[in-house]
Design a protein around this ligand. Sequence first.
Ligand code: SF4
Length: 381
Amino acid sequence: MSDAPDSRPRILARADERGVVVEVEDRLYLRLDAAGRWIAFGEGGAMFRRAVDGRVLRPGAEGFETLSDAEADAVDGWVVRRAGEVVEALAAVPAGDLVLEGRADALHDALARAACGAVERPADTRRRYDAAYPEPVPILPPHRYRDLVVQPATGCPNHACAFCAFYRDRPFRVLDDEAFAAHLEAVRDLFREALAERDGIFLGSASALSIPDDVLVRRLVAVRDAFGVPRRGVASFHDPDRGRLRTPADWARLVAEGLVEATLGLETGLADLRREQGKSADVDRVVSTAAGLKEGGMAVSVTVLVGLGGEERADAHRRATVATLARMPLERADRIYLSPLAGALPAERLREEVDRWRRALADCSGARVGDYRIERFAWFA
Ligand code: SF4
């Protein structure tokens, strides 16, 4: 950034009410939210992302690594210095060397705030996140990664699946009216200007749709009052094995309050394998739940675990699960997520198995099929 005038860098920038992106040739990448808090930073081959919970992450071989507090502070200081240098460079840059898409005032405001170091530090975000959220957000469906998550409940009604990395031994608990109102207030305060970036809402945690209907309707109304109607609607995970089986009319009542989709964990269509893993052997119930959701006007995503049951049951698991998925009235608006179970098969076999599943599903389901690499999830700011 301290180049002589004849080697001044070309700067590309994009700025609007959601935030700012600045690229200085291929040397520097900086993304800020509208408040000037950095959310992504890259320089010299290193790349860092900031999570909603304040952690600073860097890409690793298997997902993202969390930096230590000292490392996070060092990256944060680095960003403040670079933001200051960009401010200086912009002041000196000839018109032709800046390519700006969007609003110059938004660009200068966000950069000035980042450069003076007066914006929230990652450690402060961590403290406020811990106060706002009753529990972590360990996973979301891939197409909802940019949602604003609110937690009307914590834990999982089942909390006993053998393969579950997130909710085993975390019993289901529904927040009462007062606690949920306080949670929404704290979430609003945590995100502030960055709310403009979120165009969908996700009800956490593992199965918010297990909340009884009357309470759930109140929660949907409270979410709408707090954040308005998001463009991509409200979504949630749902454990189909427990609780009352809702009718299409029950689902339609929730749709009328803004709910648009649910993600269900089928995992396998083999009843015995499902039971062995700590889920119900009642595969038909998952099919009925998906059908009821569709008839009630919702989109459905279904997750399956490729590799579950090992080599011995690979064919039976695939055939039974594909046949079960084929019985669900899924269409283009719906999704099937293939989640490879790490260690269940050798890596090459697991990849081959995913390909087989894709080919089999292409012939018998109208849903889109995608990968679900849970180990790569991070809820980014
Ligand atoms: S139902 Fe889902 S979230 Fe709950 S324990 Fe089983 S896999 Fe985990």
